[in-house]
Ligand binder design. Structure first.
Ligand code: CU
Length: 150
């Protein structure tokens, strides 16, 4: 009987642990989709777009983006017809943060050289809670529009 009781206790413990770990209440679970940089006209500046998907039950915040290819990468929001630099952008729980033409975008400045179609630009996304996420963003044609349903 002692054995049985012991194993039941262990089993309960395991169930509790799994309950905590898989329940998506704890943390953000981030992944990146549909990333692209339209080949820029400028030698020094480019815009970048991507979708950050959060499958977790906690929100997070994109706080900065870094890239060895650019002197600075800033987060921009489009308000009306003007764009504004922002310090961070929310990634909602069970939601997504979408960067798209005419909306939020990444602004690469002081590029070391002009990104050309077919190349990839490595960036690192930094978040308030989650660890950094590395993405290789493909450079597409200047008129590329993604076929995403977002
Ligand atoms: Cu901008």
């Amino acid at each position: 009987m002692r054995c049985l009781a012991g194993s039941t206790a262990v089993l309960c413990g395991v169930l509790l642990l799994t309950g905590c770990g898989s329940g998506s209440d704890g943390a953000a679970e981030l992944s990146v989709e549909s990333a692209y940089i339209p080949q820029p006209v400028s030698d020094t500046m480019a815009a970048g777009f991507l979708t950050i998907v959060n499958k977790g039950g906690a929100k997070d915040e994109l706080t900065s983006v870094t890239s060895a290819a650019a002197g600075s990468v800033t987060l921009h929001e489009t308000v009306g017809s003007a764009m504004e630099q922002v310090a961070s952008l929310d990634v909602p729980a069970h939601g997504q943060l979408v960067f798209k033409s005419g909306g939020n975008h990444l602004m690469f400045e002081k590029l070391k050289r002009k990104p050309v179609q077919g190349e990839k630009v490595a960036v690192e996304l930094h978040f308030a809670e989650s660890g950094p996420v590395k993405v290789e963003i493909p450079v597409e044609s200047a008129v590329y529009t993604p076929k995403t349903g977002h």
